[in-house]
Design a binder for this molecule. Structure first.
Ligand code: HEM
Length: 156
């Protein structure tokens, strides 16, 4: 079951990144073109938030029950884990960065439900989603990140 969830965690990364790109481009074009905030815009934000929350649940499961979260800290001690960049990435950086990004996505999507102008909705979603996007890119274990490299797609 762990491997299956890890594969899902890997794939959901792409779903989240693609939805973020679509939402960012749409809100930017809504901002600059003074377009209405449509039902479609709202739906993309909803799907994005649902995907991010599922990713969070799977990530928490991996962090608490896999080899690269709590068990790693228990095995090496927090001090050692912080000294070794690869351990620090898994014990602290990935979870913290992703948690902040998921909070930003949740706040950004919340803006679409508020009683504010369509322009304000586009502006808020744009900035919250853009910062979340950059943060996620910086804490994904991309294949080119030597000590923490993970595959682009499951089973590669
Ligand atoms: C948008 C949110 C997230 C994205 C895009 C993301 C992305 C990834 C990716 C691509 C991997 C490598 C998967 C593989 O080896 O095939 C990974 C592994 C992992 N992630 Fe995340 N993650 C996210 C959120 C989280 C959160 C919130 C946590 C913890 C609460 C977490 C904990 C982990 C752990 C522990 C692993 C390593 C699991 C193992 O190899 O046994 N992730 N993540």
């Amino acid at each position: 079951m762990y491997t299956g969830l890890l594969h899902l965690h890997n794939l959901l990364r792409w779903v989240i990144l693609i939805l973020l790109v679509i939402a960012i481009v749409k809100s930017l074009s809504g901002m600059t073109g003074k377009k209405p905030f449509t039902k479609g815009d709202k739906k993309i934000g909803l799907f994005l938030m649902i995907s991010a929350h599922i990713q969070l649940l799977i990530g928490l499961y991996e962090w608490f029950f896999g080899a690269w979260g709590l068990k790693l800290i228990q095995k090496t001690g927090m001090g050692e884990a912080m000294k070794e960049p690869a351990y620090r990435f898994w014990a602290v950086e990935h979870i913290t960065g992703m948690l902040i990004a998921i909070i930003l996505i949740t706040i950004g999507r919340g803006a679409s439900k508020k009683n504010i102008s369509d322009q304000a909705k586009h502006t808020k979603t744009f900035w919250f989603f853009l910062i979340a996007f950059i943060l996620i890119l910086s804490v994904v274990p991309w294949p080119f990140r030597e000590a923490i490299a993970r595959p682009l797609f499951p089973g590669m």
